[in-house]
Design a binder for this molecule. Structure first.
Ligand code: ATP
Length: 236
């Protein structure tokens, strides 16, 4: 059984069908990438998995439980954390306040402080800026804050939407290194990326979405060598 099993998912915005029956698995401990062009349905997929959108039909199973109709705030306490597209940090709040908001489901202060220390070790730049309003951080730092905020809930599965979007190449590499280190620490990763080359280079499995359907899937390294994938998504 996979940690996350998505089956025949159909999602609509009014009369517009954004997902036309997609199915995929995320195995525990893996990094799974969803790639595809603008408007393919990647963000819609993530929003449905994290309970921000509801499916018209289909199922989402997480650790053997049907979570299709469970709202997002409950999924956080079940171990699913979402890092949204565009980071969405609270810009007038400080770095520390943003991080603490990520821990709203946790009650044990000692454990929360331990997670905070782990985050400071992983993101030294955030530690240096704990009292700075989040809106004054650079794009890359805001991405790190958004990832740190998600880690504060002590997730088993982290769902990342376009973490490299709008970042300079140095930050892109750093963000991907961090995703790999989070994964090495045992957190399963579901990753949506425009940067297909980078995403495939760190992923175990990958799925290619086109206009609401999965058109290709498999081992990420094999997909990197697939002619169709190369032509459509990896051209420089
Ligand atoms: P992007 O990288 O541009 O975010 P995406 O692959 O994440 O693309 P989605 O944002 O999931 O794609 O969009 C899938 C489809 O649903 C698109 O055709 C889009 O226009 C449509 N869509 C998305 N959000 C809405 C909305 N709020 N109302 C109506 N249609 C929407």
């Amino acid at each position: 059984m996979a940690m996350l099993e998505v089956r025949d998912l159909e999602v609509y915005y009014g009369v517009i069908q954004a997902l036309k029956g997609i199915s995929f698995d995320v195995n525990q401990g893996e990094i799974v990438a969803l790639i595809g062009a603008n408007g393919a349905g990647k963000t819609t997929t993530l929003h449905t998995v994290t309970g921000l959108l509801s499916a018209r039909s289909g199922h989402i199973m997480y650790e053997g439980t049907d979570i299709t109709k469970i709202p997002g705030y409950k999924l956080v306490s079940m171990g699913i954390a979402h890092v949204p597209e565009g980071r969405r940090v609270f810009s007038t709040l400080t770095v520390l306040q943003n991080l603490k908001l990520g821990a709203y489901t946790r009650k044990d202060k000692t454990e929360m402080d331990a997670t905070l220390n782990m985050i400071y070790q992983r993101f030294p730049r955030l530690k240096e800026r704990v009292n700075q309003p989040a809106g004054t951080l650079s794009g890359g730092e805001q991405q790190m804050l958004a990832m740190g905020r998600a880690l504060m809930s002590h997730p088993k599965l982290i769902v990342l939407d376009e973490p490299s979007m709008g970042l300079s190449p140095i930050y892109v590499n750093e963000v991907f290194d961090i995703i790999q280190s989070i994964n090495r620490d045992g957190v399963t990763v579901l990753l949506v990326e425009q940067n297909a080359k980078k995403a495939l280079s760190i992923a175990n499995q990958a799925y290619v979405l086109e206009t609401g359907k999965i058109v290709l899937s498999g081992d990420a390294k094999q997909l990197m060598n697939d002619d169709k994938v190369k032509k459509a998504y990896l051209s420089e």
